[in-house]
Design a protein. Structure first.
Length: 323
């Protein structure tokens, strides 16, 4: 019997049924619960995972179903749970990210510093494969940074991607008929070529965000370098762990267990249970276990969400390394 492509089934359903086709799946995203990863003792070290491109949007699968709350909400919730647990003495941020949107990274950095100031707890960052740009911006909020021997980090800077389709539009006979209240209202529009004045305006915005990045690093790494010394190494390039250590961007080279030991050392405790927060049905058995979410309660079979491919047109300011 010949198999019918899934896409064809979706198309037929869209013709036969009005609106959306919804399949109810029991369970859904559950409140996070504590999972034991190892160690012993009454005190705890909490592992918080920050991975992937860091944006404020909800995470969805190919069918448009929500698979996890946005990263800000998740980290805030985990920090709030830790703040209520007197046994939590330190937090280890497990960062594996090339960065993300300027505002999202800044909010996470802010929440981490607020958590430290309120609870007086130690926060250590463990850098995995990549902890660049916004990933490093977040790490700068910690009390110590440990990088794996093969980590790529750095990329201190800001980027805003922009293309112009004006030439292509002219060739195929499409005219830009944008109506605006001021001549700068559509600055950065891909429908026309950017003027030199507009480029200067946007560059000034980028420069301001870059200076804030330097502020965050200077605050997070007091005494490591002068601002001018930092500016020289903060030209957007990435560094390996050995280079980052020499430049004082990190404190140690090591693995997750080394980050945990540093957290215990700074917290003044000798032993601790290593825990994390995750969905109640998610399987966790050690400090490298991923933080996966359960399936959502509903899956939309017709209105498929294209995820990042369906993002808005225009400029996004990013603390992001994308070679």
């Amino acid at each position: 019997m010949k198999k019918i492509p899934v896409a064809a089934i979706f198309f037929i359903l869209s013709l036969l049924l009005p609106g959306c086709v919804i399949i109810n799946i029991p369970g859904g995203i559950q409140p996070p619960v504590e999972k034991f990863l190892g160690g012993k003792g009454a005190d705890k070290v909490l592992v918080v995972d920050i991975s992937g491109v860091i944006t404020g949007g909800e995470r969805t699968n190919v069918l448009g179903a929500q698979t996890a709350p946005n990263v800000i909400a998740r980290i805030k919730e985990e920090l709030d749970l830790a703040a209520k647990d007197d046994h939590v003495k330190a937090v280890v941020l497990r960062i594996n990210s090339p960065g993300g949107s300027v505002t999202t990274c800044d909010i996470i950095n802010h929440e981490l510093k607020a958590f430290k100031n309120e609870k007086k707890l130690v926060v250590i960052a463990e850098l995995m494969d990549v902890a660049a740009s916004g990933g490093y911006y977040i790490a700068a909020a910690s009390d110590g940074i440990v990088a794996n021997p093969t980590t790529v980090t750095g990329s201190i800077g800001v980027i805003a991607y922009n293309i112009s389709a004006a030439g292509l539009m002219e060739k195929i006979g499409i005219t830009n008929q944008t109506i605006k209240s001021g001549d700068k209202k559509d600055i950065g529009s891909p429908l026309r070529t950017m003027s030199a004045e507009e480029r200067t305006i946007l560059q000034s915005v980028i420069d301001g965000m870059y200076e804030r990045f330097l502020d965050v690093v200077m605050e997070g790494r007091p005494g490591a370098f002068t601002r001018e010394a930092l500016r020289k190494i903060a030209d957007g390039r990435v560094y390996n762990a050995d280079q980052a250590l020499k430049l004082k961007l990190i404190d140690r080279i090591g693995y997750m267990e080394d980050a945990v030991e540093l957290a215990k050392e700074k917290a003044g405790i000798k032993e601790a249970r290593i825990v994390t927060y995750s969905q109640s049905r998610a399987y966790k058995n050690n400090i490298y276990s991923g933080l996966l979410s359960n399936a959502p309660e509903t899956v939309n079979l017709i209105n498929i969400d294209a995820g990042p491919l369906s993002g808005r047109v225009g400029l996004d300011f990013m603390y992001l390394w994308t070679p």
